[in-house]
Ligand binder design. Sequence first.
Ligand SMILES: *[C@@H]1O[C@H](CO)[C@@H](O)[C@H](O)[C@H]1NC(C)=O
Ligand SMILES: *[C@@H]1O[C@H](CO)[C@@H](O)[C@H](O)[C@H]1NC(C)=O
Ligand SMILES: *[C@@H]1O[C@H](CO)[C@@H](O)[C@H](O)[C@H]1NC(C)=O
Length: 346
Amino acid sequence: MQPPHLLFLFLPILLPGMWADPEEPQVIQYLLTGAFASISSAEVSCIVLLEDIPMLTLDPANWSIHFYWPWVSQVAAEGDGEKIMSQYKIALRNLIRFVHDTVQQTKQHYPLVVQIRLGCVAYPNMTSQGFLNVGWGGRDLVAFEIDKQCWEARQPSQVAELVSESLNRQKSVTVLLEYLLTIWVCQSNFQTVKTYGKEVLERQELPVATVFARTPSRDELLLVCHVTGFYPHPISVAWLRDGQEVPPGPALNTSTILPNADLTYQLRSVLAVAPRDGHSYVCRVRHRSLGTRSLLIPWENRSTAATISITIAVLLLVTTASAGGFWWWKHRKGNEATWETQDCII
Ligand SMILES: *[C@@H]1O[C@H](CO)[C@@H](O)[C@H](O)[C@H]1NC(C)=O
Ligand SMILES: *[C@@H]1O[C@H](CO)[C@@H](O)[C@H](O)[C@H]1NC(C)=O
Ligand SMILES: *[C@@H]1O[C@H](CO)[C@@H](O)[C@H](O)[C@H]1NC(C)=O
C-alpha cells in the first residue's frame, strides 16, 4: 500500500571525506565609521571584530561601550587596554575636530562619511602584519605605513595630500601608532583575545542540508541543495552525478555564503538537469564540524512526484553514521502536507 506521492526522509549518511582544514590567517579589526551630516554634527559608530565575531561596539548616542562577551571586558582592563579605554573619548573628539577642519580647508561638502579600519592579520607561519587605513566618501584616502612610520596618500587628491602631510607632522602620534599597531594590536591584545576567546573562536556548528527540486518549465529541473546553520564560514558543497563531482559550468550555480542572525551561515547550490535523465544525483557537504567525513544527501528521482524533499536531521544523521548505518524513513500520507509546505517556504 504505497501512496503515489511517497516522500522519503533519508537519515544522514556520513562518509569519510577529504575536508582538509586549511590554516587560515586570523584577523582582529577595529572598524570606525563617522557620519558627518554638517559642520555641527557627527555620529561615530565602532565595532571590534575577531574574525567574524563581534567583541564590542560603541553606542553612537553616548559613546558607551557594549561588550558582547564577559571576557572582552577582562581583555579591555588588562595592560595598555586600560589606558586606551580611558583615552578613547578624547581621541574621538580630536578625530571629529580634525575631519571638520579638513573639510573647511579643502572646501569639501557635507554630508561626508569617514571610515577607519585598524587591526592585525596573524598568518599561520607565526608572523603578523598590522594595518591602518582611512576611507573618505567611500574611497581609500590615506594609509599608515608601519615600517616607515608615516602616512601615505592612497589617491591623488588635495584632501589625501593635506591629511597625510598634517598627520605626518605630528611625530609623537606616528611613533605612538607604530607602537600601538605592532606591539599592542598585533601582539599583546591579539594574544589575550585569542586566549580568552578560545571557546568562541573554536565554536563549530553542524550544517543542516536539504535537497529539493524545482520545475521552472516542462523540460527543466533545478536540483537545490540548501545548507544552513554551519559555523565557521569555510565549507565545500558539491553535486555528484553518478558518484562523480559535477565540474563548474553553466548548469551549476552556487550562491555566496550568507550570514544568519545567530552567527551561523547558509548557502545553496543549484544544478540544472534534464528531467528523467537516468542519472543519480547527490549533494555532498564537507565542513570542519564534520571532521574527515562528508554529508551526502541523495536526490530521489521519482517520476510520480514533481518535487521530492529529503531533509537531513543532522543530529540523527550523526548518530546513524557513528552506528555505521544507512537508514531511510518512509513518510506516510499524513506527513505530505508538511513536506509540501516546506517546499514552498524554502
Ligand atoms: C547609552 O545609551 C543606550 C541607549 O542608546 C543605553 O542603553 C545605555 O544605558 C546608555 N549608557 C550610558 C552609560 O548612559
Ligand atoms: C608568512 O606568511 C605571509 C602570508 O602568506 C607572507 O606574506 C610572509 O612573507 C610570511 N613570512 C615568513 C617569515 O615566512
Ligand atoms: C545564479 O543564480 C542567481 C540567483 O538566482 C541568478 O541571478 C544568476 O543568473 C544565476 N547564474 C547562472 C549562471 O545561472
